[in-house]
Design a protein around this ligand. Structure first.
Ligand code: EPZ
Length: 420
């Protein structure tokens, strides 16, 4: 399973470059299925989830070369629309291949996706939208068979601004007949990045970042080679490193950030008393006591405070004097890290989807277990400030989303090693 061994107590300082966005790269890689030509994509993070997506695309017939953070994909030879179950179950976001495969081939066979243990993770909004586009869906034995002789544009209103459902239906709309309007969509920066990539590919997508997205269906012959596309920086990885600095009362500089994407996170860090200065392409954070607890921190769809930052932020707040109230409104079961933080001396009471965090003078090192990607990051963050040694088991969860987190934190002065 692999583990991180951390000796707490060092104050982080220095400068690192933030990785490209995992949650942008995954839908953009899925989008290349629509395009029978080559796409060259830069700043793709070197993480496990990307490797899984590459394995799936290669299984479908794509030719892919990967050099550091550059990926070249030739999708001309993609000829199968069945995604193998053993790969589907490794990563939830593989479900967005449905829209792309339906657009390219008019049919797809996938199994129900796997993913993090942070809630049931249903896909009803995906399937409801596809059905409105004329897709005939059959579910049996844990598989979904979908086919659409003619994928038709539709006017679709989402019950909830689901990120994945928004991406799936954007991809399905690109080669559909007629126009598709998506309403009450997710407004995350990664949705805008996907729109920009699709338009660079020759598609016609407008409105990403607002409540309504319009996709003008086009013919596959209208698409073209994507010579070079650079993925946006990962705002969650950036937020994770800022919180790592804050818990050690350190002073760090992050390069390769988009300030606007960071705002929801920076606003809450400033509220705790962190000093943050924003420059053209870097952020500096310094955190000296006194720091202040947060009366109310609620996770919400963008531009609210991101749910992916909830666990890292909880870890930080366990060391801030006073009582912080944290409410998770996006996922049903995303507090598993609280029990592990309590093994390190944190004072956290969970009441439904609300966590009451009372700051303690110090955390103590312990053996703890990561249950999902962001929970693992939170435990590493807590270990940086804990007295003595901490062993965070389950490094494979963390490697899914963070490129070389141990190298980056070491560069900032942390004592951390990864044991495979
Ligand atoms: C994306 O997941 C991200 N993953 C998640 O990041 C992120 O936490 C989430 O969006 C919210 O921002 C990727 O982009 C690869 P949703 P996704 O559909 O698309 C419910 C990380 O740590 N829902 O917006 O799965 C669902 O149960 C990961 O990087 C339905 O009810 O999120 C959840 O409660 C974790 N029916 C809520 O919506 C549906 O059909 C948000 O889900 C779809 C979703």
């Amino acid at each position: 399973m692999g583990a991180y061994h951390i000796i707490g107590g060092n104050i982080l300082s220095g400068e690192i470059k933030v990785q490209g966005s995992k949650n942008s790269s995954l839908p953009i890689l899925a989008a290349t299925v629509l395009n029978p030509y080559k796409s060259t994509i830069y700043d793709v993070p070197d993480i496990k989830d990307i490797s899984i997506m590459i394995d799936i695309l290669r299984f479908l017939g794509a030719k892919i070369s990967r050099k550091a953070n550059t990926i070249v994909i030739d999708s001309s030879n993609i000829k199968t629309w069945e995604v193998p179950e053993y790969l589907m179950r490794k990563m939830r976001s593989s479900i967005i291949l449905m829209g792309a495969l339906l657009g390219r081939f008019g049919e797809v066979r996938v199994s129900y996706p796997g993913g993090c243990e942070i809630g049931p993770r249903p896909i009803d909004l995906h399937l409801k939208g596809l059905a409105q586009m004329g897709v005939n869906l059959q579910e049996r034995h844990g598989f979904i068979f979908a086919e659409a002789k003619n994928l038709m544009g539709a006017d679709i209103h989402f019950d909830f601004p689901s990120v994945g459902a928004t991406e799936n239906l954007m991809l399905a709309g690109v080669l559909a007949k007629g126009d598709t309007i998506l309403r009450n969509v997710a407004k995350e920066p990664e949705i805008v990045d996907l729109q920009n990539f699709l338009n660079k590919m020759g598609a016609d997508v407008k409105g990403a970042g607002t409540d309504t997205i319009k996709i003008r269906g086009c013919n596959i012959r209208d698409l073209n080679v994507v010579e070079d596309y650079t993925v946006i920086p990962d705002r969650i990885a950036a937020g994770t490193y800022l919180v790592a600095a804050a818990i050690t009362r350190g002073d760090v500089i992050l390069k390769n950030v988009v300030m606007e994407h960071m705002e929801p996170i920076l606003a809450k860090l400033r509220e705790t008393g962190c000093k943050i200065s924003c420059h053209d392409d870097f952020i500096q954070l310094s955190a000296q006591n006194p720091l202040y607890s947060l009366d109310s921190l609620r996770t919400l769809p963008y531009p609210g405070f991101p749910t992916d930052m909830q666990a890292p932020m909880m870890a930080f707040l366990t060391t801030v004097d006073g009582t912080s109230i944290l409410t998770e409104t996006v996922f049903e079961n995303r507090f598993k890290h609280a029990e592990e933080l309590k093994r390190m001396g944190a004072n956290i009471t969970i009441n439904g989807n609300t966590a009451i965090i009372k700051g303690v003078k110090k955390l103590t090192g312990a053996k703890v277990e990561a249950n999902d990607l962001r929970a693992g990051a939170a435990l590493i963050i807590a270990a940086l400030a804990a007295e003595g040694k901490t062993c965070v088991e389950g490094s494979t969860h963390v490697e899914r989303g963070y490129e070389n987190i141990e190298g980056n934190l070491s560069r900032l002065g942390a004592k951390i090693v990864k044991i495979d």
